[in-house]
Write a protein that binds this ligand. Structure first.
Ligand SMILES: Cc1cc2nc3c(=O)[nH]c(=O)nc-3n(C[C@H](O)[C@H](O)[C@H](O)COP(=O)(O)O)c2cc1C
Length: 183
């Protein structure tokens, strides 16, 4: 088993999501001691505080997967200049009941791709704000605001040649960030 297991949270439920493709492709740039698992958030109920004492099985599963991971990777689109509701819903679920958040202390990276020119910059900033409150240490640099272009992925779904050097640097920094926090 890999030494560092990373829970990947993709903020899009779309079948052909650019962000899911990015999450899958960038994982291949990590060393073998890292393994990445995309956690399911599409089957979570809408968060309702009344349910804190009896969380749904899908919520318990999400929390268990986060708790078992050594690090987190958020890969999200931008919806109306913020993070998508499905992502915030997942974050809220795993932060509760009060005092039993699954997120605290897990080192994280934040990435995103969108069709817009500023490439999820505002969604990422909102997400970082939430993660700061949840005590999630988040890699600050390099930032990665990626615009969806034809050549972002090659024919095999790997990161395309033009973006690879930058995203390899991003991954190297992310790996160092996780190791620094996990030891
Ligand atoms: C409800 C909605 C709001 C959106 N708002 C933004 C936005 O604020 N900024 C942006 O760059 N793109 C926006 N987009 C376009 C997304 O970048 C585009 O749909 C992208 O493909 C979503 O990511 P995905 O491919 O991973 O699902 C929006 C799309 C939707 C459906």
């Amino acid at each position: 088993m890999s030494q560092y297991q990373i829970a990947v949270i993709v903020g899009s439920l779309r079948q052909d999501s650019f962000n899911r493709r990015l999450a899958t492709a960038i994982a291949k740039l990590a060393p073998a001691e890292f393994s990445f698992k995309q956690v399911q958030i599409g089957d979570l109920p809408l968060y309702n505080q009344d349910d804190d004492a009896h969380q749904a099985d899908s919520v318990k599963r999400l929390k268990a997967e986060i708790l078992a991971a050594q690090g987190l990777l958020f890969v999200t689109p931008e919806y109306n200049r913020s993070m998508p509701g499905v992502l915030k819903n997942a974050i809220d679920h795993a932060s509760r009941p009060y005092g039993q958040s699954a997120w605290a202390g897990k080192p994280a990276g934040v990435l995103g791709v969108s069709v817009g020119a500023i490439g999820t910059a505002l969604a990422q900033q909102h997400l970082r704000n939430v993660l700061a409150y949840l005590d999630v240490p988040t890699l600050g640099q390099p930032e990665a605001f990626i615009q969806a272009k034809e050549e972002l992925f090659d024919q095999d779904g790997n990161i395309g040649a033009a973006s690879k050097p930058f995203l390899q640097t991003w991954m190297d920094q992310y790996v160092a960030w996780v190791k620094k926090h996990v030891g």
